[in-house]
Design a protein around this ligand. Structure first.
Ligand SMILES: C[S@@+](CC[C@H](N)C(=O)[O-])C[C@H]1O[C@@H](n2cnc3c(N)ncnc32)[C@H](O)[C@@H]1O
Length: 187
């Protein structure tokens, strides 16, 4: 049976936040929307800001083997997730992602592989979006988690979106518990 968007609205947030036998920092519908988005955007490199348990990174690694970097202020995953990282060539960085010099360097490195996708999921998504969005090149994409709870379309965020020429992808992903919002940088 194919999962449809109607199903997402009836699957409670907490039902399936397990992936690869480990905790997942996303809802079930989040996985659905990442898959949908990657089918249209086809990223060639992914930068995840805020690793958490590290399971979402494994999904990213399946889409971009050898071209995923994930950063967190804590130690990186070990055990099964650490092994998946090794096999998928995922790079873990113990790093303050709010360091502007790091932000510029990390995006430039990701862009060497081609179209990049940045996922903002650290402790301050509003500041993270403001720091990373200006480094995007045409065709790159950015997403935030906790849209509507921790991240809001403030006047400052809207200015960044306008200035950086970011086009929102699928506003109708709101309301299914994913709390994800995606943008692609246009010409
Ligand atoms: C919500 S979790 C990430 C969840 C993960 N992306 C997922 O979907 O499973 C947020 C992570 O951001 C990290 N974090 C918060 N502020 C940070 C900072 N300034 N630099 C690096 N990591 C940070 C925290 O340690 C935490 O592990």
């Amino acid at each position: 049976m194919l999962i449809t968007e109607d199903h997402l609205r009836i699957i409670p947030w907490k039902v399936a936040n397990v992936f690869l036998q480990s905790a997942l920092g996303q809802s079930f519908s989040g996985l659905y929307w990442f898959e949908k988005f990657f089918n249209v955007h086809h990223p060639q490199a992914i930068l995840e800001l805020g690793t958490g348990p590290g399971t979402l990174t494994c999904l990213f690694g399946m889409h971009c083997p050898d071209h995923v970097v994930t950063c967190d202020q804590h130690e990186g995953p070990d055990g099964l997730i650490g092994e998946v990282y090794r096999r998928l060539g995922i790079t873990y960085c113990k790093q303050d992602v709010m360091d502007p010099a790091y932000a510029q360097r990390a995006v430039a490195q990701a862009q060497e592989a081609g179209r990049c996708f940045i996922f903002c999921d650290n402790g301050n998504k509003q500041a993270e979006f403001a720091l990373y969005a200006p480094f995007l090149s045409v065709g790159d994409a950015i997403a935030v988690h906790d849209f509507g709870t921790e991240f809001h379309l403030t006047p400052e965020a809207n200015l960044i979106i306008e200035h950086c020429k970011l086009k929102r992808w699928r506003e109708d992903s709101e309301g299914d518990g994913s709390l994800l919002a995606f943008w692609i940088k246009e010409e």
